[in-house]
Design a protein around this ligand. Structure first.
Ligand code: FMN
Ligand code: SF4
Length: 439
């Protein structure tokens, strides 16, 4: 299959505009400028492209909301916060082919009538920051950014903005607050950013990978693009695969590729010939799956039907040696740390979940702990202000659902410490106050 997103990422010096242009960069801009903005939006709508940031919202539909809003100015924001554990897909584009992203942002700006774009980048990506800053400068000098682009009277300015390390700032309204210089906390929706986003103006927030798809949609045409991938999930996807596989990394494959093909054909199977135990298919906030789900297709609808979500497409693979209580405790600690504190169910709930996990992994579990975890999840479900809280309970609920036996062992102190770090923790616990040794 021809790659759409990583086609230049492995070409040496593809972040240089002359190299990127020699391999087709900015050709789709010419196609877009030859069309009316409304026709560009129509092309993206008909392609069926869905957002790659997690929610899978149809991109063309989002663009049309902002385009139709009479307020000006309008903004395009690229969400490059990429802060979820296991997710490192955008990085391949940001570092390997920044001009693909700039081109996608320029086309999006033209389509909705935005003359200003912001690239909100995860603060912990310093290499990407340097590459992007340089690429933006090159695009200005080559006349693809700034005033009167390609002599067509189109203007588009683009700035890089670095986040400061908060996962919640990947949520689009918290991102906008942060961009405006405020504390990064989510806003009440509606109104949605497409109508009242940055500085109250129509704003499209799109993920890196979503925007990087746009040049390909125009180059191929909506019909050919919509035939790639699965029904309801057209196109390709970069899956970032980590954990107990022989070849972890980023794989661009058509949506609808099965987990089995991804893990065994592309990633070389499970490390050290161990058995597969669990899979997180779409990033830390998606429900865990088991080996029984290996034939599930990696697309929006199939994963929903299997009880999980495509999310960011970050696949975390765990082998038979993994203690699921320990693995889930790492995620519980992440969510407790990253809860922004704005609403009580999430602020308190993630803290309580973390406390119960902490005592379980230091071999201090109690018989009622599993029920306590389920009760806290029940108090959070459907009651949190933004999706972070809802995401935080998915690994807990799914790991208890599929791997309750691990929990029972932990809670009843029958753990031998073979599979978790219990051994180390038991030693630490002897005498002194137990110290968590979570990584
Ligand atoms: C806690 C949280 C973190 C998020 N982090 C990201 C992120 O790092 N990158 C991203 O593109 N979307 C992230 N999202 C989703 C965004 O809110 C938004 O849906 C997305 O940027 C829209 O782009 P898309 O339509 O292209 O998918 C996050 C959502 C939540 C609730
Ligand atoms: S759900 Fe969590 S992250 Fe979202 S607003 Fe509430 S406290 Fe903040």
């Amino acid at each position: 299959m021809d790659k759409l997103l990583l086609k230049r990422a492995n070409i040496p010096r593809a972040s240089r505009i002359e190299v990127a242009r020699a391999h087709g960069a900015y050709e789709a801009v010419r196609l877009a400028f030859g069309m009316r903005p409304v026709d560009v939006i129509d092309e993206v709508k008909r392609s069926g492209l869905r957002g790659r940031g997690g929610a899978g919202f149809p991109t063309g539909v989002k663009w049309s909301f902002a385009a139709m809003d009479p307020k000006t100015p309008k903004y395009i924001i690229c969400n490059a916060d990429e802060g979820e554990p296991g997710t490192f897909k955008d990085r391949f584009i940001l570092e390997g082919d920044p001009h693909l992203l700039i081109e996608g942002m320029l086309i999006a700006g033209y389509a909705i009538g935005a003359e200003r774009g912001y690239l909100y980048l995860r603060g912990e990506y310093p290499a990407a920051a340097a590459i992007l800053e340089d690429a933006i400068g090159q695009a200005y000098r080559a006349g693809f950014l700034g005033k009167n682009i390609l002599g067509r009277g189109v203007s588009f300015d683009l700035s890089l903005h670095l986040g400061a390390g908060a996962y919640i700032c990947g949520e689009e309204t918290a991102l906008i607050e942060s961009l405006e210089g405020k504390r990064g906390q989510p806003r009440l929706r509606p109104p949605f950013p497409a109508n009242a986003g940055a500085w109250g103006k129509p704003t499209v927030v799109n993920n890196v990978e979503t925007l990087a798809n746009v040049p390909g949609v125009l180059a191929l045409g909506w019909e050919a693009y919509s035939k790639i991938g699965a029904e309801g999930s057209p196109g390709t996807k970069i899956f970032s695969v980590s954990g107990a596989v022989n070849r972890p990394g980023g794989y661009e494959l058509p949506l609808g590729t099965t987990l089995r093909e991804l893990i065994f054909a592309h990633c070389g199977g499970i490390r050290n010939n161990k058995k597969l135990k669990a899979i997180i298919p779409g990033g830390a906030s998606t429900s865990m799956l088991t080996p029984e789900h290996l034939d599930v297709k990696m697309d929006f609808n199939s994963l929903l039907a299997a009880g999980s979500m495509l999310g960011s497409g970050a696949v975390i693979v765990m082998d038979e040696e993994t203690c699921m209580v320990h693995a889930t405790s790492v995620l519980a600690r992440f969510f407790a740390h990253e809860s922004c504190g704005k609403c009580t169910p999430c602020r308190e709930g993630t803290g309580w979940l973390n406390q119960v996990y902490e005592r379980m992994v230091r071999c201090d579990g109690r018989p009622g702990d599993v029920d306590a975890l389920l009760a806290v999840c029940g108090k959070m479900k459907g009651k949190c202000f933004c999706p972070l809280g809802e995401g935080a309970i998915q690994p807990v609920l799914s790991s208890i659902r599929h791997f309750r036996a691990d929990y029972e062992v932990c809670a009843s102190k029958r753990c031998s410490g073979e599979r978790c770090r219990g051994k180390v923790q038991v030693r630490q616990a002897a005498g002194a106050a137990p110290k968590s040794d979570l990584p």
